[in-house]
Ligand binder design. Structure first.
Ligand SMILES: C[S@@+](CC[C@H](N)C(=O)[O-])C[C@H]1O[C@@H](n2cnc3c(N)ncnc32)[C@H](O)[C@@H]1O
Length: 228
């Protein structure tokens, strides 16, 4: 018997911190997974320079990215570039009942998909370069964790710097930030510059092992203690 490709794993997620609360995932059935892929590929085809990937992140990578989400208290978590919600399910899985999960997405088609398929998510249509203002308007003063699926390599250096400084500006002193780094591109000049930006913006920058069960294989940066 052949094992199904990892991206097609079927699962219904249950939040350990919210007893009896089943997280509505876009990935619970083969049909909804196909719908997720169809939306993602269509949006990527329409605007490759914004979406920056051809398929959503895998559940394994999503769990790595979401590992900084606090599992107790009433944390505020912000997700940048949620796309069709591949990382959102893993964030929701860890988030305690009193937590808040805000997803900031630029692409209107992705926003519509999330609002239809993940109604529990607080989706805001907007640009990560305006993160501070958008959060203030949403009544949020500081954030415990920021998880990012943004396509950094497609951004000009100025936008990278602006978004990272917005992230540093909203994170609480003990807060953490995670983002995806595609393994095969790590040696590129752009990737080295991005790492230097992270090291300037945070006191601690750790890179995790490669997640091979993702297309393309990827690592995650885990950054703590924003430098003000
Ligand atoms: C590579 S996709 C990642 C989607 C999803 N997080 C995943 O891992 O499968 C990048 C996402 O970031 C969004 N995006 C790009 N630039 C953005 C910006 N400046 N502000 C907010 N979202 C942005 C794109 O529309 C897209 O949905």
């Amino acid at each position: 018997m052949t094992t199904p490709p990892q991206h097609f794993e079927q699962r219904t997620e249950t939040s350990p911190s919210q007893p009896g609360c089943s997280v509505t995932s876009t990935r619970t059935t083969a049909g909804s997974l196909l719908e997720e892929y169809r939306t993602f590929v269509a949006r990527a085809w329409r605007d490759p320079a914004t979406v920056g990937a051809v398929i959503p992140s895998s559940p394994v990578l999503a769990r790595e990215i979401a590992s900084i989400v606090p599992t107790a208290g009433s944390p505020v978590v912000v997700e940048l570039g949620p796309g069709t919600g591949a990382l959102s399910s893993a964030v929701a899985e860890r988030l305690p009942a009193g937590g808040r999960h805000i997803a900031l997405e630029l692409d209107p088609g992705m926003v519509e998909h999330l609002r239809t398929n993940m109604p529990q998510l607080e989706v805001i249509e907007g640009d990560a370069t305006d993160l501070g203002r958008i959060l203030r308007e949403a009544g949020v003063e500081s954030v415990d964790a920021v998880v990012s699926g943004l396509p950094w390599s497609l951004f000009p250096g100025e936008s990278q710097g602006r978004i990272l400084s917005e992230v540093g500006g909203v994170l609480a002193p003990g807060g953490a930030f995670t983002t995806i780094a595609y393994a095969l591109a790590l040696g590129s000049t752009g990737a080295r510059l991005f790492r230097r930006r992270l090291e300037r913006g945070f006191d601690e920058v750790v890179m995790t092992r490669t997640v091979w069960r993702n297309m393309p294989p990827a690592r995650t940066y885990i950054c703590r203690r924003p430098v003000s």
